[in-house]
Design a protein around this ligand. Structure first.
Ligand SMILES: Nc1ncnc2c1ncn2[C@@H]1O[C@H](COP(=O)(O)OP(=O)(O)O)[C@@H](O)[C@H]1O
Ligand SMILES: [Mg+2]
Length: 383
């Protein structure tokens, strides 16, 4: 299943957004246009829905409170709302979920839901506030989504949200894991626990994933051969190891702390593509990768997504990535910041983009220039 439609009101820098989403969707916009904020909507739903450490209050607190989430451009209407449709195919949606959030303006300044609604196909099966909520307002501090006693009729939806994955791998955190020994951020969005995840995967699954990863590495990082998982004999810690071939033949094995940033990012990206079939949120997968590899990412994502019927949402700045002629205009969302917050539009709905596409250019050519900040169109940065 995939999120086929997203509606937002007052979510961070989006005062309003209403867009259809496909199986593969690229989010393109200047720095600070809200690409990460948009992906965060899905992480927020996941935070509410997850069984361990989940729940609405926790999800809001992790983001510094509702006042941080609510759009600074919000005017009279202080409500934050999110609506999503979940579909199994391109036909009508299987689920629809809507939630509204408010904060008391005085007193305890409690953060509560102003509404929560669920549809199973065309039938509405939840409409809050309900009678019980009217009698006991404290109930509105929790969603039904997070309550096993109240979500029997939409457990599939809860599970869908919980399974959403976000990957923004920071290679230094893997490479220096032993030295940093820091607290791993919950859900490990930055890949700090990547080696632990690999270690915790059943060995057959791990082997088959490594076989596929090795095929890609052979083409993209030819000097690294035969990537394997191993445990340190003395410490028992998990490691990646590969045979490095360069000017000296059989130069020996290297571990992940000697791999390049790009190699580590590529390995972790491939791993996350092979893991599960729930929506995958990727932050700027082009980072540290060679242009030649970046150009291949869209087709890689397409194949990984299509096979597993898996939705992949990608934030990117890369014109190389978007230069793949296989990317359709409807697969690219443009984030355009303005005085009223950031607007989200489908690139092919924009007249100038459509004209460029019709002239035979690829999406990258049409959109990357468009998202260039106005200040940069005039020449050098004033420094
Ligand atoms: N509640 C909010 N209202 C308005 N803008 C916000 C809010 N929260 C964050 N922002 C703005 O969003 C921007 C960051 O967006 P982000 O998603 O990180 O951008 P990107 O990933 O596109 O570079 C910052 O400029 C920040 O000020
Ligand atoms: Mg970002």
């Amino acid at each position: 299943m995939y999120v086929s439609k997203l509606t937002l009101k007052n979510w961070r820098n989006f005062r309003h957004a209403n867009v259809r989403l496909g199986w593969r969707q690229f989010l393109v916009g200047p720095n600070a246009s809200g690409k990460s904020n948009l992906l965060d909507v899905f992480r927020f739903l996941r935070d509410i829905a997850k069984k361990r450490g989940g729940g609405l209050q926790e999800a809001i607190q992790r983001r510094g409170g509702l006042s941080r989430i609510r759009c600074l451009n919000a005017r009279k209407d202080p409500e934050v709302s999110i609506g999503v449709e979940i579909a199994a195919s391109d036909a009508r949606p299987r689920w629809r979920y809507e939630i509204g959030l408010r904060q008391e303006s005085r007193g305890f300044r409690r953060q509560y839901i102003s509404f929560e609604r669920v549809w199973d196909r065309d039938r509405q099966i939840l409409a809050r506030p309900n009678e019980q909520d009217e009698m006991d307002a404290e109930r509105l501090e929790e969603t039904y989504l997070e309550q096993v006693n109240n979500n029997e009729a939409f457990r599939g939806l809860r599970q869908f949200f919980e399974d959403i994955r976000y990957a923004h791998l920071v290679p230094q955190l893997i490479r220096h894991a032993d030295e940093i020994q820091g607290r791993v951020v919950e859900d490990d969005p930055f890949g700090q626990g990547f080696l632990q995840t690999v270690a915790g995967t059943p060995s057959r699954t791990r082997k088959s994933r490594f076989t596929r990863i090795n095929k890609v590495l052979k083409a993209a990082v030819p000097q690294l051969r035969d990537l394997q998982f191993e445990r340190d004999e003395t410490t028992g810690r998990p490691h990646l190891a590969g045979r490095y071939e360069h000017w000296r033949p059989n130069a020996g094995r290297q571990r992940e702390n000697q791999f390049s940033d790009g190699t580590l990012r590529l390995i972790a990206l491939l791993w996350s593509l092979l893991e599960g079939d729930a929506p995958l949120l990727l932050e700027e997968p082009e980072l540290s990768l060679h242009t030649g590899v970046v150009e291949q990412l869209p087709s890689l994502l397409h194949r990984a997504g299509r096979k597993r019927r898996r939705q992949i949402l990608v934030s990117t700045h890369s014109s190389e990535l978007l230069s793949d002629p296989g990317i359709g205009g409807e697969e690219v969302l443009l984030l355009s910041p303005g005085a009223e917050g950031t607007a989200v539009t489908v690139s092919s709905d924009e007249r100038d983009v459509r004209l460029v596409l019709e002239a035979g250019a690829c999406v990258g050519e049409a959109v990357v220039a468009r998202t260039r900040p106005v200040g940069l169109r005039q020449g050098l940065l004033p420094f």
